[in-house]
Ligand binder design. Sequence first.
Ligand code: NAD
Ligand code: UGA
Length: 481
Amino acid sequence: MKIKNICCLGAGYVGGPTMSVIALKCPEIKVTVVDLNESRIAAWNDEDLDKLPVYEPGLAEVVEEARGRNLFFSTEVDSAIEAADMIFIAVNTPTKNYGEGKGMAADLKFVELCARQIARIAKNDKIIVEKSTLPVRTAETLQTILDHTGNGVKFEVLSNPEFLAEGTAINDLLYADRVLIGGKQTESGQKAIQALVDVYAHWLSPKQILTTNVWSSELSKLTANAFLAQRISSINALSALCEATEADVDEVATAIGTDSRIGPKFLKASVGFGGSCFQKDILNLVYLCRYFNLPEVANYWEQIIILNDYQKYRFAKKIISSLFNTVSGKKITFLGWAFKKDTNDTRESAAIYVAEHLIEDGAEIHVYDPKVSEEKIKADMSYLWELKGFTEQKIESKLKQIFVYNSAEDALHQAHAVAVLTEWDEFKTYNWNSIFINMYKPAFIFDGRNILDAEELTAIGFQVKGIGKGYIPQLKREPVF
Ligand code: NAD
Ligand code: UGA
């Protein structure tokens, strides 16, 4: 079966970039990305490519080439569903914040709504592709809804989880290590798998396209994220030990990462991982293990989250204790708010939790991030405090402790301390000599990403504290002769 018309429900960080690349590489397929959020769709259609709702290096160029040719963004969900042979579901699946499974399970209400809408609208057979990250056996639920509420047409459900990372999404899509497609072992299931394989085969080689049964595919996605996050929590756990023993975490990471069995990636110690998926997917994995009565397995994976929370808290505590046990009324400048560089996404960013601890201790948080707006930063904090049950009045008053700037220079002026929360490259290029002159003394730098040159900054006069760096390098001495 040849796919001619694709529809994607959800124009977010996954739906937007993945469909743009499919459209770019498959010019004969019409790709329509739909969303209920009108302003998001308007932004995807904006003439000014700087206003696309997702910031990703290389994305604007792809959209520019394909948009209006065979790539369309629309709020007309029903007509897009009706016209499509293949429908991707790329809607959000956040952690449930109510009822059964609150704080652990994935909230599948948006996915369920999509299935009901597809079933109501579809008048001919369709392939439904799970692109969202879903708990293992969700395809069964989708199939049940589609079969019981549809118009008698046939639906094949495939699992095709997405492995892109934000900030490198276009590269990850164009040069994917692999794509994974899970489907039923029936004849029609295999035909559906082949139809999706043919889409990816436009730019990926057959050995990059893995096919499995549906359940393996669903579970592999949660597992991949859990393994990646596990490495970060492992190195972050060791960073605490390094600080206590004067070992250097970057040296340890290099030493172990050169063992080809371990490998060098995902061993960068940090203030803690953020992002919309690691925490939510691991919590979901833990929930599933408990659901299937596997408490030891659940506790094993849960430790990744516990350690990550500890790392964020440890960073905030170090700032407070270094600043003579109080940050009350002090100006702490945050360089970075996004959960990693090269994205405007702030979901679950470590910055949010570090800010919360410091604000609790009375600090003024002054933020500069090259891609994140004041509105977003304040919305992130308000959302956290709402979840904690704070009154509107209390939230308003706490927001007065946050100041957001369009320039790093202004944010850093007369600060007591600088905290690096995101590893944006531009932070390395600043004139730290003049920043030092304009700060209160002693001037502290807490490098939550270990991106700055600690030796050079120490020579300028800063008190530098990195992650997993108990040992501050001595000043370089001039040779005697
Ligand atoms: P997102 O919040 O950026 O986008 C989801 C979009 O779906 C929103 O714009 C929302 O308005 C829309 N939506 C919700 N219900 C809808 C409906 N019924 N019809 C049409 N649109 C609807 O989320 P995201 O980051 O793109 O993530 C989507 C899924 O992909 C999640 O399951 C996530 O776990 C997974 N994932 C995300 C990433 C990532 O890097 N962000 C990577 C891999 C997988
Ligand atoms: C992650 C995975 O890498 C993707 O494969 C997956 O598709 C995606 O989650 C998802 O399911 O959403 P993402 O969260 O976008 O991608 O970004 P990562 O590069 O994985 O970084 C996640 C967090 O870990 C960031 O806060 C980053 O700064 C931190 N990190 C990463 C470290 O602290 N140390 C590292 O060595 C690597």
